[in-house]
Design a protein around this ligand. Structure first.
Ligand code: ASP
Ligand code: MG
Length: 468
């Protein structure tokens, strides 16, 4: 659709009646100029609360379940009363009660079963987004902007990997056109739930934590939007995490590749998978702060006019380094590597960095700590025989590590970059455990001892003069 703007409002931008009013006025202003679709997250912390409630249900903790449900209800009822004119309260409260009743029904089922089937969790957890979508749509309507809440389970079609599903773009395009275009043509703003979807045969799924950004980019791509704006509570993409590096600066522009690398390496402002659907059409993205409307934000586009060299430093503390080492030289180590990667893929674990050495044929890879139990179980199963017969040494897992990544398209072909980073890090007396750089030279990834991570980030940020 021509000039279509897709906007996504994150959890803090939906966090209270006051925040929803700000979001609403942004929508109203844009709606005066062009068709708009918005994608919303659950109110801040609600997804955590829902997941915690389901764990309590599984553990047969009736009191905990009831307390959480009361908290969920109170937060949304309170927001509803603050946000909407009194004459709209009855119908809005009814809608909220009915969505929460869906959640209660699933939670009670989980309590009876004593387990949490992934598809039930996905259906239940999308309730957070359904609630916030209802509230803001009602607010928009009440303030004269025609709007309608849409459950993404009717629009975003995915595979059946519950908890971390991948969209099927063809079927999603069809459904999005069928459900959303008629609304847009009628001058109605669709308010689509972020985070969730459903399989072709209608089983509910979610796109992974923080997945609403991804929902928004999927919709922007299939609807041929001309822009995607992602509203958060920070000023844009920064040269480093400002909590670690006080003089970190906002980047006016970054490329898709840089933004994706930053997200995959720990920058929180974008879900890592957000940019992939936009690449083919080159749809530009703006990362904006709904708490500072005067700030321009960061523009993310296929190519940008940027200075040479590194652009930003990110870090991840919640990672683990797993080392695999054959104990018998007859083992085909390439085969070991390929089977290890297959086992990790099966466990749905993401390899953040990987390095290998030649003679001892050992290799190590870095994964997120919360994916470690699954990943290790899958590896142990895949190599049960080799481990039992001492063809492979027992896997070594080091959880006391952190990842630092330096990102910038302009690092390509610039000699001396790695040397400067390593010197800066070693000046701080931080030991480097592993290093990885792909041949695209977009990112240098460095694994260090966890306790040296923050120091190393500051040292590299200073060395590259990235600060304000
Ligand atoms: N509400 C979901 C979460 O907290 C999705 C999102 O906010 O993007 O993970
Ligand atoms: Mg987010």
């Amino acid at each position: 659709m021509k000039h279509l703007l897709v906007m996504k409002f994150g959890g803090t931008s939906m966090g209270s009646a006051a925040r929803m009013r700000v979001a609403g006025s942004i929508c109203a202003e844009q709606m005066r100029q062009r068709p708009v679709v918005i994608v919303v997250s659950a109110m801040s912390k609600v997804t955590d609360l829902l997941l915690d409630t389901l764990r309590k249900a599984e553990g047969d903790d009736r009191a905990g379940l009831d307390a959480n449900l009361a908290q969920l209800e109170e937060r949304h009822l309170q927001t509803c009363r603050e946000l909407l004119p009194p004459e709209n309260h009855v119908s809005a409260l009814e809608a909220i009660h009915s969505i929460i009743a869906d959640f209660r029904r699933i939670a009670q089922g989980i309590m009876m079963l004593g387990e949490r089937p992934p598809r039930s969790v996905d259906e239940a957890v999308a309730v957070g987004e359904r609630l916030s979508a209802h509230l803001i749509a009602a607010h928009l309507e009440a303030s004269g902007v025609p709007a309608k809440p849409v459950n993404a389970a009717e629009v975003v079609v995915t595979d059946a990997v519950f908890g971390n599903a991948t969209p099927l773009m063809g079927p999603t395009r069809e459904r999005a056109r069928k459900t959303l275009l008629p609304l847009l043509e009628a001058g109605i703003l669709p308010v689509v739930t972020g985070f969730n979807g459903a399989t072709l045969d209608g089983r509910p799924t979610t796109l992974g934590r923080g997945g609403s950004d991804f929902s928004a980019s999927i919709l922007a791509a299939v609807l041929h939007a001309s822009d995607l704006w992602i509203w958060t509570d920070v000023d844009g993409i920064m040269t480093a995490d400002p909590r670690l590096v006080p003089n970190a600066a906002v980047l006016p522009e970054v490329t898709y590749a840089e933004a994706a690398e930053l997200a995959y390496n720990g920058a929180k402002v974008l879900h890592p998978r957000t940019l992939a659907p936009l690449v083919a059409k080159g749809i530009p993205v703006w990362s904006k702060n709904s708490f500072a409307l005067d700030k321009p934000g960061t523009r993310i586009a296929p190519t940008v006019d940027a200075p040479h060299g590194p652009r930003a430093v990110t870090s991840m503390g919640n990672v683990a380094l797993v080392s695999v080492e054959p104990a018998n030289p007859e083992l085909n180590s390439v085969m070991v590597m390929s089977r290890a990667l297959a086992a990790l893929a099966q466990a749905n674990a993401e390899v953040l960095a990987m390095t290998s050495s030649s003679y001892r044929q050992n290799f190590c890879f870095l994964i997120r700590r919360d994916e470690l139990p699954h990943a290790m179980a899958s590896l142990e199963t895949a190599f049960a025989l080799e481990l039992a017969h001492s063809y492979l040494k027992p896997f070594m897992v080091d959880e006391n590590v952190g990842l630092l990544a330096i990102v910038g398209e302009g690092m390509k072909g610039a000699p001396g970059m790695a040397g400067r980073m390593f010197t800066a890090i070693s000046r701080e007396n931080v030991n480097i455990i592993a290093i990885a750089q792909g041949s695209s030279e977009l990112t240098i990834a460095i694994v260090v001892r966890r306790e040296g991570l923050e120091k190393a980030v500051r040292a590299v940020h200073d060395e590259c003069r990235l600060g304000k």
